[in-house]
Design a protein around this ligand. Sequence first.
Ligand code: FUB
Length: 324
Amino acid sequence: MKEPRYLVNHMYTADPSAHVYNGKIYIYPSHDIESGIPENDNGDHFNMQDYHVFSMDDVNGEVTDHGVVLDVKDIPWAGRQLWAPDAAYKNNKYYLYFPLKDKNDIFRIGVAVSDKPEGPFVPQKNPIKGSYSIDPAVLDDEDGNFYMYFGGLWGGQLQRYRNNKAIECGHEPDDNEPALHPLVATLTDDMLEFDEEPRNVVILDEHGEPLKAGDYDRRYFEGPWVHKYNGKYYFSYSTGNTHNICYAIGDNPYGPFTYAGLILTPVVGWTSHHSICEFKGKWYLFFHDAAPSSGKTWLRSIKVVELEYNEDGTIKTIEGGGDW
Ligand code: FUB
């Protein structure tokens, strides 16, 4: 599959996290809606209310919509805005991880549980203790350890924290200082809490120095994802206001990761958010753009395209088709 394929036409979807369970591809996206809230840098216009799960037998196959699998009104601690989710499987249970603002308008990360990959999912009473910011992505390292990566700037509130503590006045570092880091923490055996204090995920430049906050084309903004290829760990992410999806390579799940290049150039629409998944020996990039809504950045549509590697393990850049 060399040309990207839109996957869902009957509703708007974004932030697709793809996994293979029981020989099928399952996609856990955000469900974009028109809620009439004006666009701003806080992302208030991304006012999503529920999640659907989608599945398909093949990347070219029919896509099944499994309907609403979790609704904001059923989450006891909910304030507003269900943003980009991810899923994980362990011991015959499926876990849906999601960012949501609590009743004080602070983003936390919640968990909901199901016996089936397609849900429905039953939410826990409280968010994960010590969680903050947005965009959880869980790596199953296939050795019994599960790692949650998370964090997002601006509306994602990451700039309000240092060393896992809220600071009085949220701000980004100066341009010549190290960029804010995404976070990673292992999950407890029951998959419901952090098993350790979240640690910084450090992304290094070609000189072995942490990327600077002013390096807007390469520094981390939101939307982390980690996959393994030929024994290496690939940490990929969005650069937010420069609209790139890029990646960095490391030797273990905690990093550090060294910047390695662009996976996806800007798409139509402000946000760019992706996942990467292997299926039947090929690799695929799942992402979204806002072309079907004529560029309304809060009304996005998920897509898939094949992702290819060069012989040295670097990834071939895919054109997103945006004009940023
Ligand atoms: O969908 C809402 C937010 O937009 C996500 O959490 C971010 O990654 C961006 O795609």
